[in-house]
Design a protein. Structure first.
Length: 276
């Protein structure tokens, strides 16, 4: 395939973050805790009322939950409680990432999304657990696959709706070097572009990632690996990039626009020599 750059989604592709631990919430549980922190006991029912996460970006799920629960009232509650949120959540994302916790009447959903993201990050318990295990685990043998690509000179990138510090802490937990090439939701929440252009499957995401790559690379020599055949698959299709579908549950999908170059349930099924 002559691959120069392999880009990975993170949640459900590299990190098994959807699987909870008895002492560490998975992503779904962390979202529930975040909306409960924002809206009290009704927050979880609002979240269930829109069908849960459904692999939506933080901005997409926050807007859906607030509109479902009654936007006028819920936004007013967040505005009134902003000082409390700021005191509790101010250090949850790196300086210069996301958006300031300052109310914006012209675009209140951006501030609401920031509160959600920081509350979700605060709910996670990354690392060693009391029973001697860790959370999160890597997805199968993905780290061995990434190691093999690196040994053969393939650059590694992450393009995810996740968050910088969380991803970095996961790689540290797994005793691996976190890829320097990353584009996450932390880079996009403050962007002036409309929500649909800064969310999967918009091709703008790969445009922004490749701007950071630092050198010209043919899109024919890039592959994107993800676990969502629609959002990740369409992102690759819209960006002119090959797609590898990590499908550990062996799900069927009738919504794919582009046939993946590979569909696999175990990273060991991929022959690295064929990839590079």
């Amino acid at each position: 395939m002559n691959i120069e750059l392999a880009v990975f989604d993170f949640d459900g592709t590299v990190g098994d973050t959807f699987t909870p631990h008895p002492t560490a919430p998975g992503i779904d549980q962390a979202c529930r805790q975040a909306f409960t922190a924002m809206f009290g006991v009704d927050g979880e029912s609002f979240y269930d009322g829109v069908g849960g996460l459904k692999n939506r970006s933080p901005a997409e799920i926050t807007e859906a939950v607030i509109k479902h629960g009654g936007a006028t009232q819920l936004l007013q509650e967040l505005h009134e409680g902003l000082d409390t949120f700021r005191a509790r959540l101010d250090t949850c994302v790196p300086a210069g990432k996301g958006v300031p916790l300052t109310w914006n009447e012209e675009d209140p959903y951006r501030v609401a999304t920031e509160i959600f993201v920081r509350s979700k990050l605060q709910a996670f318990r990354i690392g060693g657990q009391p029973d001697g295990t860790i959370w999160p685990n890597p997805c199968g043998s993905v780290l061995s696959f990434i190691d093999g690509l690196r040994r053969r000179g393939v650059e590694i990138g992450i393009l995810s709706s996740g968050h910088d510090v969380f991803i970095q802490q996961c790689f540290e937990l797994w005793e691996r070097t976190c890829p320097k090439l990353m584009l996450t939701d932390d880079d996009l929440r403050g962007s002036p572009v409309p929500l649909h252009e800064r969310s999967k499957p918009s091709p703008l995401l790969f445009d922004l990632l490749l701007e950071r790559f630092g050198r010209a690379v043919s899109r024919g020599s890039i592959v994107y690996y993800g676990d969502d055949p629609v959002k990740d698959g369409l992102l690759a299709h819209n960006s002119g990039i090959r797609f590898g579908w990590y499908n550990p549950g062996k799900r069927a999908s009738t919504q794919m626009v582009q046939s993946p170059y590979a569909i696999f349930s175990d990273w060991r099924e991929l022959d690295i020599e064929e990839v590079v």
